[in-house]
Design a protein around this ligand. Structure first.
Ligand code: FPP
Length: 248
């Protein structure tokens, strides 16, 4: 594997590297179908890309990587595809545990675990515990995740704290809610990438991406490479982020 490191050289460029990249990995199904194969074949190919992209992060100066693996809406797919994806997640976690630990990757999961099967949740918990001391790439996997669902669950917890007298409702501001989100330990994404030519965000990190930069690219996820991520990071370094202010 080779990584385009141009974005990580020199003081000024390094400052402009996206610290947190979030990816909507789309296009596995079409990739498989164009080869006359079942959709799950594409998901397996997609899982291999996850490995390459995770490995590339330290070379590109990306500290936080968040990937959208399964949305709260993906349950609408056929039972065969959902079961195949769940089995793939279980296999991925079991298989990648050692490799990720060896690369000093810390893994976290976001999303609602209630609907996931117990075996998968146990593997997720184990992976989080096993990698908790790692200080390299901070990988977050969104699994049964939806931005609206996350905000609703956060609001429920916040409302409970108000009801229990732990939180003064007059003091609730835009700094308060993120503390209740699944992502409370993560910075907001600097760059959100969606593969496969679709220009929508599909309920991903709705609160957190208010000021993110976006890249919608045509590549189908199983064809995505470390080099392409390097190019997107280089594009990002030329973006003028003003956060609502005016430029100099
Ligand atoms: C969207 O493509 C992709 C998904 C719903 C699943 C994403 C899962 C992976 C990349 C597998 C591996 C992930 C991990 C963490 C091991 P799509 O099926 O909607 O594609 P289509 O739009 O072409 O139908």
């Amino acid at each position: 594997m080779s990584c385009d490191t141009e974005n990580n050289e020199g003081g000024e460029d390094k400052k402009r590297t996206p610290q947190h990249v979030a990816i909507i990995m789309d296009g596995n199904g079409r990739w498989a179908q164009s080869r006359g194969r079942p959709r799950l074949f594409g998901h397996h190919a997609g899982a291999r890309r996850v490995r390459e992209v995770v490995e590339c992060c330290p070379h590109l100066g990306i500290r936080y990587l968040t990937i959208f693996a399964f949305s709260t809406e993906n349950w609408k797919r056929t039972q065969v595809e959902v079961a195949g994806l769940m089995s793939l997640f279980r296999r991925y976690i079991s298989k990648e545990m050692k490799a990720l630990a060896a690369q000093d990757v810390r893994v976290r999961f976001i999303g609602d675990r209630v609907r996931l099967d117990k075996k998968l949740v146990h593997l997720m918990d184990t992976m989080e515990v096993e990698t908790a001391g790692n200080v390299g790439t901070q990988l977050t996997i969104a699994l049964n995740y939806g931005g609206r669902d996350e905000v609703a669950r956060a609001t429920k917890r916040l409302a409970r704290d108000v009801a229990d007298g732990k939180l003064d409702p007059d003091l609730v501001d835009e700094e308060t809610l993120p503390k209740y989100l699944d992502t409370y330990v993560l910075p907001d994404p600097d760059l959100v990438v969606r593969t496969s030519g679709e220009a929508r965000i599909s309920n991903f990190l709705l609160w957190q991406s208010a000021y993110s930069e976006y890249e919608f690219i045509d590549t189908l996820w199983p064809d995505f490479t470390a080099e392409e991520l390097g190019r997107l990071c280089a594009n990002y370094s030329n973006r003028d982020r003003r956060f609502g202010a005016v430029g100099p």
